[in-house]
Ligand binder design. Structure first.
Ligand code: SF4
Length: 186
């Protein structure tokens, strides 16, 4: 259950609440789009070749693995583990195959495991930038812009406002610590 002490001090945008399945799906959409656009960038770069299709599948597999990685190594330490207060639903899924672990370890586990998913944000942008420079293509440019808007603006903004903004552990979270000025001064 949630810690009421943390709730009192929570400078959240939205009140803490249990999320419906539709809201969970909406919260996951930018991450899903990131996988789709990242895969499409590979397809366009390699002109829908065997290599392009293979790399697209690899990128999608990495996005799925990234989500599972967080569910295995981070969510069991979260206060929202096995509750409907987790905005993206990972906490519920995680509880199906993991036991609850001490919440005091959350920050340490977050710092340790979040780097595993960071390349998801970097790889398509790097590939797209290099190939735009080498062999300009309007479709690729549109995809790279869409990737940047979705993954670097919409996804983190949604996470901060809709998800992490009212997480009771945000004071221990390295990600939210960096965002603190923008949360306190929206
Ligand atoms: S709020 Fe984040 S860390 Fe906590 S259970 Fe949900 S996805 Fe996992």
């Amino acid at each position: 259950m949630l810690n009421s002490t943390n709730k009192e001090n929570c400078d959240k945008y939205r009140p803490e609440k249990e999320y419906t399945n539709i809201e969970v799906l909406l919260d996951n959409l930018p991450y899903i789009f990131m996988g789709i656009i990242g895969a499409a960038i590979n397809l366009i770069i390699f002109k829908i070749s065997f290599l392009g299709i293979g790399l697209s599948f690899l990128y999608i597999a990495y996005t799925i693995l990234g989500a599972i990685w967080i569910m295995i190594f981070v969510c069991p330490y979260c206060q929202y583990f096995d509750t409907s207060f987790c905005p993206c639903g990972y906490g519920k899924i995680s509880s199906r195959f993991k036991e609850k672990h001490p919440e005091t370890m959350f920050s340490k586990k977050f710092k340790k495991h979040i780097p595993f998913i960071v390349p998801l944000w970097i790889i398509p942008l790097l590939e797209g930038g290099v190939y735009l420079f080498l062999d300009y293509n309007l479709t690729l440019l549109i995809l790279v812009i869409a990737f940047v808007i979705n993954s670097y603006i919409i996804l983190p903004l949604l996470a901060r406002i809709y998800g992490c903004g009212h997480c009771p552990q945000k004071d221990d979270c390295p990600w939210m610590f960096q965002m603190k000025p923008s949360i306190n001064n929206p």
